[in-house]
Write a protein that binds this ligand. Structure first.
Ligand code: SF4
Length: 472
């Protein structure tokens, strides 16, 4: 599953990745801890939120469309009592946005149950679906995995996972649970992040380390690529279900997907983004009066750009952070206001200024074009766009919702043509070498396929439609 419509919210319509959280802490309010964890992972998916909780005997699942704060309140949290819990925030990469596809998925073999949350996207879904048969009538890749696991559940979920995970191809981080244990797993390339944290009286796992801070947990380590981790009253146990050819964490986690207060490979995302801005200022200087970010993800990079360019840094656009599902499918009247629903200019700051505008990426170009127009309407004298990632020329098959080349403006147009389309005075991108350098990730440990077309997991020419399973 992947993540959210981000019109003007940093990233040009780039979609985010799902958020995962899990906790094993008998005696604690595990649902509330999970609520806080999911709340801090809200940026990874805003279509639906859900939790599964177990008291050691039974698994109870609650999931609904909407933001975490819309789905859960005191009344629902009070009903979710237990010793272990997993949670999920969703953006769909397969399947529609409907209640049935919200996660965690729940399956039972009649005597035992399992719940599963998925971040990523599988590339051998049709093959797995044939194996499941239409008995399961799964409509998402995540549901297929849950069905396969349920078919092995007589042996216990740990053995089921060790049997099923090696059959999966693509990007996946999972949190899973049965009645007594929490499980965490990452694909052999570790394309999507997942980490383990220590609570005073238990353990938790999360897509991003920012969730540990609010949950009161200390970061312990990342789940290794190809590793299954089991957490229960016998402690934390590690199982290797596949060899890792090489780690290939999504480079976009640094540039856009993750929150600035998270860490990957030990590197602060905020610091990495500042460095991207510094490098971009050296690679693509601009003669300007003010550096402004496209909030929120452009913020750290814009600071870095301003520092090296010795140009004042300022806020030129205010982001409305509280738009939930209400506006995902707006009325025609609301849609006409476009990007202003999420970004509003500060004319007093912008008026008459030559602006450097720092953003994380351009996908289709349509939102960037609207932002440039908003800035010009607010009185900007010049708009110099600086993008802290290289042109996106290849689709992502691993959970970011840009699965055809047709929708990528840089796949079909030169930089000057893109500049002309978005209406900027100048446009420059950070080099791939610069982006990788800013992460300080060890050499060869990142997926960068959408920039250079070298996919760590082989894929076909095109991904099937995200709704393919619903039309079979
Ligand atoms: S193709 Fe791009 S967006 Fe997709 S996982 Fe790789 S680096 Fe991330």
């Amino acid at each position: 599953m992947l993540a959210s419509a981000a019109v003007g919210a940093g990233g040009d319509e780039l979609k985010e990745a799902c958020g995962l959280f899990g906790v094993w802490a008998p005696g604690e309010d595990v649902a509330r801890i999970t609520f806080f964890g999911l709340f801090s992972l809200q940026h990874r998916g805003q279509e639906s939120a859900g939790m599964a909780v177990s008291d050691g005997q039974h698994i109870l699942v609650y999931r609904e469309l909407g933001l975490v704060s819309q789905v859960f309140d005191e009344r629902t949290l009070a009903t979710l009592q237990g010793d272990l819990c997993i949670g999920h925030t969703r953006y769909s990469t397969t399947g529609s946005t409907n209640w049935e596809n919200a996660q965690p998925s729940f399956k039972t073999n009649g005597t035992r149950g399992l719940a599963l949350g998925h971040n990523g996207n599988l590339v051998n879904t049709p093959e797995l679906d044939r194996r499941v048969g239409r008995r399961g009538a799964a409509t998402t890749d995540s549901d297929i995995v849950a069905t396969l696991l349920a078919q092995h559940l007589d042996e216990g979920l740990e053995r089921a996972a060790l049997a099923v995970l090696p059959e999966l191809r693509g990007a996946y981080s999972f949190v899973m649970m049965d009645e007594r244990s929490v499980f965490a797993a990452r694909d052999p390339f570790g394309i999507r992040p997942l980490s383990i944290g220590r609570l005073p009286s238990g353990w938790c796992v999360a897509s991003e380390t920012c969730a540990f801070d609010v949950a009161g947990a200390q970061f312990v380590r990342e789940v290794e690529p190809g590793e299954l981790v089991t957490i229960d009253d016998r402690g934390v146990r590690s199982h290797r279900f596949a060899e890792s050819p090489r780690p290939a964490l999504c480079l976009f986690e640094f540039a856009y997907l993750s929150r600035a207060d998270s860490r990957h490979y030990g590197r602060s995302v905020h610091e990495a983004r500042r460095e991207m801005g510094r490098l971009l200022a050296r690679e693509a200087p601009a003669d300007a009066d003010l550096v402004i970010p496209i909030p929120d993800t452009g913020h750290s990079a814009a600071e870095g750009y301003a520092e090296v360019a010795r140009i004042p840094f300022g806020e030129g656009l205010m982001k409305n952070r509280y738009i939930g599902r209400t506006f995902i499918e707006p009325t025609p009247a609301l849609r006409a206001r476009g990007v202003r629903l999420k970004l509003n200019p500060l004319p007093e700051t912008i008026q008459g200024k030559r602006l450097v505008v720092v953003d994380d990426s351009i996908v289709r170009g349509t939102t960037t074009r609207q932002i440039v127009q908003v800035l010009r309407d607010a009185g900007a004298a010049e708009v110099h766009l600086r993008i802290v990632s290289p042109p996106i020329r290849w689709p992502c098959f691993y959970g970011i919702d840009m699965s055809t080349r047709d929708e990528l403006i840089a796949a079909n147009h030169r930089v000057e043509e893109i500049r002309d389309f978005v209406g900027a005075n100048s446009l420059a991108y950070l080099s791939l070498a610069g982006l990788v350098e800013a992460t300080r990730a060890p050499a060869g440990t990142l997926c960068r396929a959408c920039f250079d077309g070298e996919y760590p997991v082989p894929v076909g020419d095109q991904m099937p439609s995200k709704f393919a399973l619903e039309t079979l």
